[in-house]
Design a protein around this ligand. Structure first.
Ligand SMILES: NC(=O)c1ccc[n+]([C@@H]2O[C@H](COP(=O)([O-])OP(=O)(O)OC[C@H]3O[C@@H](n4cnc5c(N)ncnc54)[C@H](O)[C@@H]3O)[C@@H](O)[C@H]2O)c1
Length: 343
């Protein structure tokens, strides 16, 4: 199989990271990215010398880009005809409209969490249901919180089984740089159950899940606390071992200075990670406690970058690049530089 050709529609928070993720995969080729206007990420692409070709999604407004001197390689429709599969990371709801273009040219597509579930044939997670995505034409990824949450729950479920999950999400209210949520100093409670618990049950129907979400005026990551009822009793040490063996879960310690979401964001910047991104969810070792058979712990969700690995798994499944979850996720992890030893 030659390199799988990939295009990205929507070069925003998620789209620019997906483009970098594809470019890092040795067995995929990034053909180009499409957007509509000279947004800050598009201007940054321009000022960094156009490492990726840019296509316009609204040809009648091409002047929005060309007036700024930004070279445009063609239209979204032309991009679609050059690829095997599209990542659609446009603003929520636009993906369903773009799907008509993908269908017209028989091109597969991977949609993001903001689209409604019926945009896709498979609601996908690289670790929990990789095999369901094999050969599928339209996949939808879980949202950032659900992606991270399912990683942790699936990790326990595969070892000892999970009966029940109850979560509390402390949700960052906006991404860094956003102004549209205003300058806030309040918490806001959302109606229960939150969609992340409902989504978890859609992907892992054998588990009973529920939860509450509280928006908080911060931007550097969500925190989810989970109470999980495993089928078999597990010790704190066994749980820690499971998390440590997972390539996309990083165990951190309060004692080492990882005091909260901002410590992890700063650490990622200190590592020199582009934009301060982290693909891993982090689990605080000191947050793990037992209550009877139940285990409770807190995880950090770097909302801007956590979904990138599972998106790349979706391409691997949809294009039949690897036939099993282990093979597919291992390749993605290898190319993203997170290929820790799995058990
Ligand atoms: N921001 C997060 O933390 C996060 C995390 C996980 C999933 N998601 C999901 O990812 C998707 C994208 O979110 P985002 O935060 O990256 O949004 P964003 O607003 O940062 O980016 C969306 C981009 O799409 C462009 N666009 C709009 N219409 C278009 C069209 N017709 N064709 C091509 N491009 C078009 C916009 O100009 C913008 O640059 C949503 O479904 C969202 O729910 C977001």
């Amino acid at each position: 199989m030659g390199k799988i050709k990939v295009g990205v529609a929507g070069y925003g928070v998620i789209g620019q990271r997906l483009a970098d993720g594809v470019a890092a995969q040795g067995d995929m080729e990034l053909v180009g990215v499409a957007d509509v206007a000279p947004t800050l990420p598009v201007m940054a692409l321009f000022e960094s010398g156009m490492p990726y070709d840019l296509y316009t999604a609204v040809p009648e407004k091409i002047n929005l880009l060309t007036d700024k001197g930004i070279p445009v390689a063609g239209t979204l429709e032309e991009l679609v005809q050059k690829v095997d599969i599209m990542f659609d990371a446009t603003s929520a709801g636009i993906g369903a409209k773009n799907k008509e273009i993908y269908k017209k040219y028989g091109v597969k597509a991977v949609f993001q969490g903001g689209e409604s579930n019926d945009v896709a044939d498979v609601f996908f997670h690289g670790y929990a249901n990789y095999e369901k995505g094999i050969g599928a034409d339209y996949l939808k990824l879980t949202s950032c919180n659900t992606t991270g949450l399912i990683r942790a729950v699936d990790c326990i479920d595969r070892k000892v089984g999970v009966e029940k999950v109850a979560i509390t999400i402390i949700r960052r209210v906006a991404d860094p740089g956003d102004y549209h949520r205003g300058l806030t100093n309040a918490l806001q409670v959302a109606p229960a159950p939150n969609h992340q618990a409902v989504d978890l049950m859609t992907i892992m129907p054998h588990i009973d899940a529920t939860g509450i979400l509280v928006h908080t005026p911060v931007t550097h990551g969500h925190i989810i606390t989970s109470v999980i009822t495993p089928k078999e009793d597990i010790s704190k040490e066994e749980l820690l071992e499971m998390f440590e063996a997972h390539p996309r879960i990083k165990v951190v310690r309060l004692a080492d200075g990882f005091l909260g979401n901002a410590s992890l964001f700063k650490y990622a910047r200190d590592l020199g990670n582009k934009r301060g991104d982290m693909y891993e969810i982090a689990v605080w070792e000191e947050s793990i406690v037992k209550s009877g058979k139940d285990v409770m712990f807190a995880i950090n969700i770097p909302q801007e970058s956590v979904v990138i690995p599972e998106n790349l798994d979706a391409i691997r499944a949809a294009c039949g690049m690897q036939a099993t979850r282990d093979e597919g996720t291992t390749e993605t992890n290898k190319y993203l530089g997170m290929a820790y030893t799995r058990e």
